[in-house]
Design a protein around this ligand. Structure first.
Ligand code: SF4
Ligand code: SF4
Length: 289
């Protein structure tokens, strides 16, 4: 097994600040989600600079072709991950893709970003796909706070809302993170800092995540959208206060660029997505999920 320190050195998103030498590609092969974040504005777009957006949805087979092209354009790629547009564990596509990529490019570090709802039940397949690094987004551990950020979840195809849905998601996240740690995955927590809702709660998340086995936390300023479009983005002072609180328990990832679900290259450097996917309006060529 590759030593943890080697992986941390190669993965631009698991070091505290983003170096520019190493690249990562997000393959947009996750068409659906299994929860309903109130701030989510995922979709297909050419120029919206936020997580959950991609120019195209790819099938696993097409993603292999894109991977071939991406390595030609950017040989510095060290990491292949799936981070949307939906949740990579809400359907089979992301792990099917990463299993095929591992067979063709075993030197790449496999990575996933998930809300954690289906993490524990997906663990055998995650391990079979050879995934080494995992990001789990945890926005609250108090169901009342989480319900203000999340409308509900899908459980066996049925909607479960309010406090019950929130409790279920929190329990699944804890179970999933603990299991990932037991299986030697390297875990980063993402937390969307939402002023007036979870800004006083970030330290609790970091404290619990550290106990469950996470190594790093990334406090991401809310991009106001969808049901929470009326809120303001956190000020630099609010972000700094949240980072200071989180840092009491976990290393804090800095310089996150809030990348798209089809990003390719070194974070903050050249993005090769346009060369991979072209410039046409995605709605002309693709229908979403
Ligand atoms: Fe959107 Fe991600 Fe939340 Fe799913 S987990 S609703 S894709 S922000
Ligand atoms: Fe790295 Fe942040 Fe971009 Fe994820 S969103 S790839 S952590 S810079």
């Amino acid at each position: 097994m590759e030593p943890i320190l080697d992986i941390l050195e190669k993965h631009p998103c698991f070091s505290q600040s983003c170096p520019t030498a190493n690249g990562r590609i997000h393959l947009p092969v996750a068409p659906r989600c299994n929860i309903f974040c109130r701030f989510c504005s995922r979709g297909l777009s050419t120029d919206v600079k936020r997580p959950g957006n991609a120019q195209r949805l790819l099938t696993p087979e097409r993603a292999l072709d894109v991977m071939d092209m991406a390595l030609t354009l950017c040989p510095e790629l060290q990491v292949v991950g799936v981070a949307g547009p939906g949740d990579p564990l809400a359907g089979p596509e992301a792990l099917d893709t990463l299993i095929m990529i591992k067979e063709r490019y075993p030197q790449l570090i496999g990575c996933l970003a998930t809300n954690g709802l289906a993490l524990a039940e997906s663990m055998d397949k995650i391990l079979f796909a050879g995934i080494k690094t995992l990001t789990v987004t945890i926005n609250a551990l108090d169901p009342v706070i989480l319900a203000a950020l999340n409308l509900g979840i899908l459980e066996n195809g049925h909607f479960l809302g309010g406090l019950e849905g929130a409790q279920r998601l929190i329990a699944a996240q804890e179970e999933g993170v603990r299991l990932a740690q037991e299986n030697d995955l390297i875990i980063k927590i993402n937390t969307v800092l939402t002023p007036g809702i979870n800004d006083g709660h970030i330290e609790k998340i970091a404290q619990a995540a550290q106990k469950w086995g996470a190594r790093l936390i990334n406090v991401i300023p809310l991009i106001p959208a969808h049901d929470l479009a009326h809120l303001s983005e956190p000020t630099p002072e609010e972000l700094a206060a949240a980072v200071t609180a989180a840092e009491k328990h976990l290393s804090v990832k800095r310089d996150c660029r809030r990348c798209r679900a089809d990003a390719c290259g070194a974070p903050g450097g050249v993005d090769y997505a346009r060369q991979l996917y072209g410039d046409r309006d995605p709605q002309e060529t693709f229908s979403h999920g």
